[in-house]
Design a protein around this ligand. Structure first.
Ligand code: ADP
Ligand code: MG
Length: 240
């Protein structure tokens, strides 16, 4: 479903991605972890074209991204993304947040879009909150709206960049539960997260990044029980 081959990228003289290679099969859930500044956000954003690449190639389904390729609108539609900071439209209700891209981007009739939004908001446990504004919701609820909003465009892939890092601890699980059920329904997912319980229980594989490189790729159980690289061992010792 996704292949990342020999992807490199620099900001000026600073190389943020160094010859990254990874494959994600349809229906697979891959967790990316690694120290702050290791390039995780940059890598995940290259997959939906939010960051360009200097060399290499990325394929997502039938889409191909390479240096200089700029036609990304269709790709962005088929790759949903959820950020640490929710990024909801503050002036729109929950229902409108989940409806607007459907009507504006996909040109769905309003009634169809609203029906879909209600159904997704029910799925993430928010049917009682559809007329509220983001500021009236808790962080966990806002993040679940963000997930519903991404799902509204029927993505083939979902990207999550530290979706629970900005949440109070008691709200982390309500978001992870939604992600887990999405994974169980067969969604192809790449998740940057340090939630090791989620990684162990849901991810098929873990990519460990450090200094712009994918240092280690392993199945989740193996990565946590017996990481191979010294860098992964040191990272796990710090966070576990
Ligand atoms: P992570 O998500 O693993 O914390 P990032 O991908 O956000 O890492 O960033 C990797 C490195 O690239 C960091 O050192 C960061 O400061 C740098 N970086 C990120 N975005 C930019 C940018 N737009 N310009 C310059 N440097 C950047
Ligand atoms: Mg990041």
């Amino acid at each position: 479903m996704i292949s990342i081959s020999h992807v490199s990228k620099s900001y000026g003289t600073f190389q943020v991605l160094k010859d990254c290679n990874a494959e994600v099969a349809r229906g697979e859930v891959v967790v990316i972890c690694g120290p702050s500044g290791s390039g995780k956000s940059t890598l995940i954003k290259t997959v939906n074209g939010l960051e360009t690449i200097d060399s290499g190639e990325i394929k997502v389904g039938d889409f191909r991204l390479a240096p200089g390729v700029t036609h990304m609108a269709a790709l962005r539609r088929s790759v949903g993304m959820v950020f640490q900071s929710f990024e909801l439209f503050p002036h729109l209700t929950v229902l409108s947040n989940v409806t607007i891209a459907q009507t504006k981007v996909l040109r769905r009739p309003k009634a169809v879009a609203e029906e879909k939004a209600r159904s997704l908001l029910t799925r993430v446990g928010l049917s009682a909150h559809i007329t509220k504004y983001p500021a009236q919701l808790s962080g966990g609820q806002q993040q679940r709206v963000a997930i519903a909003r991404a799902l509204a465009l029927d993505p083939e892939v979902m990207l999550f960049d530290e979706p629970t890092s900005a949440l109070d601890p008691e709200m982390v699980n309500e978001v992870l539960d939604v992600m887990t059920s999405l994974a169980k329904q067969g969604m192809t997912m790449i998740c940057v997260t340090h939630e090791m319980g989620f990684a162990r229980n849901v991810a098929s594989r873990v990519l460990f990044m450090d200094g712009g490189e994918i240092v280690e790729t392993a199945d989740a159980a193996r990565f946590f029980n017996a990481p191979e690289s010294e860098r992964a061992k040191a990272f796990l010792a710090r966070i576990l």
